[in-house]
Design a binder for this molecule. Structure first.
Ligand code: DAH
Length: 379
């Protein structure tokens, strides 16, 4: 900065010449116009409107002018600085608007995308249905019983009166567990251990564990058979088993119990029927059917009203049942002269299929939450 000098001729101060001031102003305006983004504009501002910019330095020179020249120079510099500040503000507003517009486009959020990529789990309908069935019997005084899924062959077959050559014991139906001592080159079917093929072994376990009847148990559980997974088969599935052993139980009690369960599950006016059948562990044995709860039999012989649920049969097969074979009671230490019992067992997958129109069993095992969620909760 020049020192105050009374004899200083303002025309001689280079930086304050009108054309110099104009040049500084024009350079500033050009620099702001050329700034392509906010960073560049900030640099241009420091260079052309900052404390060390040519115009600011020129402004300082004013103080050194003789009084008569100060006013004119001050006005000129002030106007130039005013023009520069205005141009800066305009360019700033322009660049900010451009940035905001770009951000809106670049950072746009697609609100139609799924908001939750880790959906909450859901109760599997097989579990819900098994619990529901078990609850019906708990409400009648039955106890829930469980048994191991890796089961002794004796419980799975022998105690239930399966003869040694019964076809169910064949490797093609039953998973045999290879014993720790078994020769690894053989299939290991001498280990005496199987993956239980049904929940019926829990009957034998319950009788042996409790010794003295009355025994009233319901057993929901997982069972295994050597089936390939397809639309109607799965090697792992679920059954519910029922066993009642007491004095004086008859086939009428069995029928009444089945009726009660079916009415609870499918409505008051659902009826059942028994068809003679054979199971080694019941005598007499029967297969139990329920009347189709959708068409109530109206589809039978009526091609105009076909029913998908029962394939227009009018009846839906539920499972097997019968009076506990005295041989089973004896094998489990219960005197068949004193006690009698009834039992039944059925598959939960099948029931879920016809109760909820599930057409492919694979949907039940794949674990996709989109299948399970629509079934909701039952408490
Ligand atoms: N355990 C039989 C099966 O898996 C079903 C069954 C039939 C269970 C008759 C029973 C019964 O309790 O009495 O095919």
């Amino acid at each position: 900065m020049s020192a105050p000098n009374k004899s200083y001729d303002p025309v001689e101060v280079e930086a304050l010449k009108p054309e110099e001031i104009e040049r500084m102003r024009d350079e500033a305006l050009a620099a702001f116009a050329a700034a392509g983004d906010l960073d560049a504009l900030a640099h241009a501002k420091t260079a052309h409107a900052g404390g060390t910019s040519p115009l600011a330095l020129a402004n300082r020179e004013i103080g050194a002018l003789p009084p008569q020249a100060k006013a004119e120079a001050g006005k000129r510099v002030g106007q130039a600085r005013g023009a520069v500040n205005k141009a800066y503000a305009q360019r700033l507003a322009q660049l900010e608007a451009e940035r905001d517009e770009r951000v809106l486009v670049e950072e746009a959020v697609d609100v139609t995308l799924p908001y939750d990529r880790v959906p909450a789990g859901a109760r599997h309908p097989l579990t819900t249905l098994m619990d529901r069935v078990a609850d019906i019997f708990v409400g009648m005084g039955y106890e829930v019983a469980e048994g191991p899924e890796v089961e002794a062959e004796w419980f799975n077959f022998d105690a239930l009166n399966f003869t040694p050559d019964h076809p169910a014991r064949q490797m093609q139906d039953t998973f045999f567990v290879r014993g720790a001592q078994a020769d690894r080159s053989t299939a290991g079917d001498e280990s005496g251990v199987v993956l239980r093929t049904h929940t019926s072994p829990v009957q034998a376990r319950a009788l042996l564990e409790r010794r003295e009847p009355p025994v009233y148990i319901v057993c929901p559980g997982r069972v295994y058979r050597t089936d390939e997974l397809d639309a109607t088969h799965t090697p792992v599935f679920h059954q519910v088993e029922l066993l009642a052993v007491d004095k004086g139980l008859t086939m009428a009690d069995l029928k009444g119990t089945i009726d009660h369960m079916v009415k609870e599950l499918f409505g008051e006016d659902t009826t059942t029927r028994l068809r003679p059948h054979f199971f080694p562990f019941t005598e007499p044995s029967a297969e139990m059917d329920m009347q189709c709860y959708v068409c109530r039999g109206a589809s039978v012989g009526n091609p105009d009203r076909p029913c998908r649920t029962c394939s227009s049969e009018g009846w839906i097969e539920l499972g097997g049942c019968g009076m506990v074979n005295p041989k089973v009671l004896t094998a489990c230490g219960v005197d068949p002269e004193v006690y009698s019992g009834f039992a039944f067992g059925f598959g939960i997958e099948r029931m879920l299929m016809f109760r909820h129109n599930v057409e492919d069993m694979r949907d039940m095992v794949e674990g996709d939450v989109r299948f399970t969620r629509p079934f909701g909760m039952e408490i």
